[in-house]
Design a protein around this ligand. Structure first.
Ligand code: G6P
Length: 605
């Protein structure tokens, strides 16, 4: 699995395919390949190399006006030339690229081998190429349908057939496939990043759908019937996928946060009624007042954002709210209540666990809205309505600006739910003013980078760290620890500060630095007490706090952020932790944007 591209049109396909693959590099991969349809045969070029090496090694004669390409992240078989995609059928007439996992691949491989088909790779994908080539069918579409009928598992595929040079056939079941409508040409990719340079008009396939792409257009269908799709316009540019002079995407995305926050707020603040307008929710005040609980579902950083969001909603709107990892929720046969508002939160809108949780909810009749960044993505389409995050494309694996906009999104939702209940106009005004102040306050924190880099340099030497916070500070601590783990590979564990004395304090000592989140709020005295306890055991302290707080101890480092309203504290307190993780990873010489073992969006089981 990883990235898919495809093209049919009047131009040479190979450069377009290679360019598309380069734009998917950020997702991580270990091999890459392309296949084009030459005048009389499929031409294949693939290897366990970076995209630019693949491009440099393209054979001179590699012409063809249709083709498919892939970046692979090994699941079945080591990274090698034979295992790279595209995979070919034994007769060389069919080429397939595939994301996802074929669960019954071993059985199908055994059947093919028993039938005398020579298998040349260790991949699950190869069986698809053989099955399509061997399917007794008149059209490529029927052959693909027949082959897919034998497959159990998930897939996004693109297929090229020598006997059908005018088309590429694609199919989706659990792994994204997006068509790009060009001018007398069609593109396809598993991620809009590969499309925006060529077109802004895209069509997302649904699970169970297939499409035939030809230079003059496309047709979508399922096993039973033709389908009709509506194209959506993506407002992301190819330039959004560049580093814009920054050394890394993560650095650029941290710096972009003030603008990202301005974008999510734009047009949504209602200063007349001291509330917010969220047209995308597609539920009026009467419907929204019926909800007695809010349940938030997401994975990774999105889950931590959900935890902070649940606290905001419960505190401000006084509706019981909590968050749970979507990856757990979907497996535990949850009770779905009709007076609970379910909220799915996701940057990519393609995280498989979150998507399946939404589908399970809907199957049981639950009402679910999305807080999603990628417009038109699977989760956004599956939800009953939602709030788009407008953070712009996020390329670095470690989420920064999307997470910040998730927190703002929850504040907007919470304020909206609160103002149709008992939140006063005065409180509404107070929170709106605080939201409006965020972009400049974030700018001030990001401007403190030199200091944060120096702190990070020191923390990076510790093999293990604690991050502690309580109530609103706890999701901040969790996200801070997560960020450090993800990109610096340091062991970092988050605890509620209140829980220190119930176990973790046993580990505190000169060898174990603690990053403590200490907002200037109603729990300040309690937090200061914990700082004393850590200091008394010679635990090195880095305190993330507000300007002007007297800590009563002398920590190794103090990181002070501007004051907001207490309910919004998590947002500003998280920003310095992003820069701490970034500089710790730099100090240790790691690949900041593409950490080992992680993918930007996990679109498989
Ligand atoms: C992956 C990424 C995380 C991300 C999570 C959820 O695990 O490595 O950084 O937070 O997916 O992604 P989403 O796109 O749903 O927000």
């Amino acid at each position: 699995m990883c990235g898919i591209v495809g093209y049919v049109g009047a131009k040479p396909a190979a450069p377009i395919l290679v360019d598309g693959l380069a734009r998917l590099e950020y997702r991580g991969y270990d091999s890459a390949g392309v296949a084009v349809l030459g005048p009389s045969e499929i031409r294949l070029h693939r290897d366990a190399v970076r995209v630019r090496e693949l491009e440099a090694g393209l054979p001179k004669r590699f012409g063809g006006k249709s083709g498919i390409g892939h970046t692979r992240w090994a699941t079945h078989g080591v990274p090698s030339q034979q295992n790279a995609h595209p995979q070919l059928s034994a007769d060389g007439r069919v080429a397939v690229v595939h994301n996802g996992i074929i669960d019954n691949a071993a059985q199908l491989r055994a059947e093919l081998e028993a039938d005398g088909v020579p298998l040349t790779s260790d991949t699950d994908t190869e069986v698809l190429a053989h099955l399509i080539a061997r399917a007794p069918a008149d059209t490529l579409e029927d052959a693909v349908l027949t082959a897919l009928g034998r497959i159990e598992g998930t897939y996004g595929i693109a297929v090229l057939h020598q006997a059908h040079p005018d088309r590429v056939v694609v199919a989706r079941n659990g792994s994204p496939i997006i068509l790009g409508i060009g001018d007398r040409e069609m593109h396809v990719a598993s991620d809009t990043a590969a499309l925006v340079r060529y077109t802004k008009q895209v069509v997302h396939l649904d699970d169970g759908e297939l499409a035939t792409l030809r230079a003059d257009g496309y047709q979508t269908f399922t096993r039973d019937a033709r389908t009709t799709k509506t194209a959506v316009t993506v407002d992301w540019d190819a330039s959004d996928y560049g580093t814009d002079g920054h050394e890394h995407f993560m650095h650029k995305e941290i710096a972009e946060q003030p603008d990202a926050v301005r974008r999510i707020l734009k047009g949504r603040l209602d200063e007349r009624f001291h509330t917010v307008r969220l047209g995308g929710l597609e539920m009026d005040a009467r419907e929204l007042r019926e909800f007695r609980r809010v349940k938030i579902l997401g994975c990774g950083s999105a889950y931590y954002a959900g935890q902070a969001g649940a606290q905001f909603i419960e505190e401000v709107a006084r509706i019981p709210a909590d968050a749970e990892p979507a990856s757990e929720f979907r497996y535990r046969n949850p009770v779905i209540e009709k007076d609970t508002l379910y909220v799915a939160v996701s940057q990519s809108g393609e995280t498989y666990d979150t998507l399946v949780a939404v589908q399970e909810l809907k199957r049981k009749g639950g009402r679910v809205i999305g807080l999603v960044n990628a417009v038109g993505s699977s989760i956004a389409r599956e939800c009953d309505g939602g709030v788009y995050l407008h953070a712009g494309p996020e390329v670095a694996v470690a989420s920064t600006k999307a997470l910040t906009n998730m927190l703002v999104g929850f504040a907007l939702l919470g304020l909206h739910l609160g103002r149709i209940r008992d939140v006063s106009p005065a409180d509404g005004r107070r929170l709106i003013q605080a939201l409006q102040a965020l972009p400049e306050q974030i700018e001030a924190i990001v401007g403190d980078e030199e200091h944060l880099a120096a702190v990070a340099k020191e923390l990076a030497t510790a093999p293990s760290l604690f991050f502690v916070g309580r109530t609103r500070g706890f999701p901040v601590a969790r996200e801070g620890a997560q960020k450090l783990k993800e990109i610096s590979y340091r062991h970092a564990e988050a605890y509620q500060t209140s829980e220190l004395k119930h176990g973790p304090l046993a580990l505190v000592g000169p060898e174990l630095p603690t990053v403590a989140i200490v907002p200037d709020d109603e729990l300040l005295d309690r937090n200061l007490g914990a700082l004393q306890e850590i200091s008394a055991r010679s635990g090195p302290l880095t305190v993330v706090t507000h300007d002007g707080v007297d800590l009563g101890v002398a920590p190794a480092h103090v990181i002070a952020v501007p004051k907001s309203e207490p309910e919004l504290d998590p947002l500003l307190l998280t920003i310095p932790l992003q820069l701490l993780a970034y500089h710790a990873a730099l100090t240790l010489g790691h690949d900041v944007d593409k950490p080992r073992n992680l993918a930007k969006s996990v679109t498989v089981e």
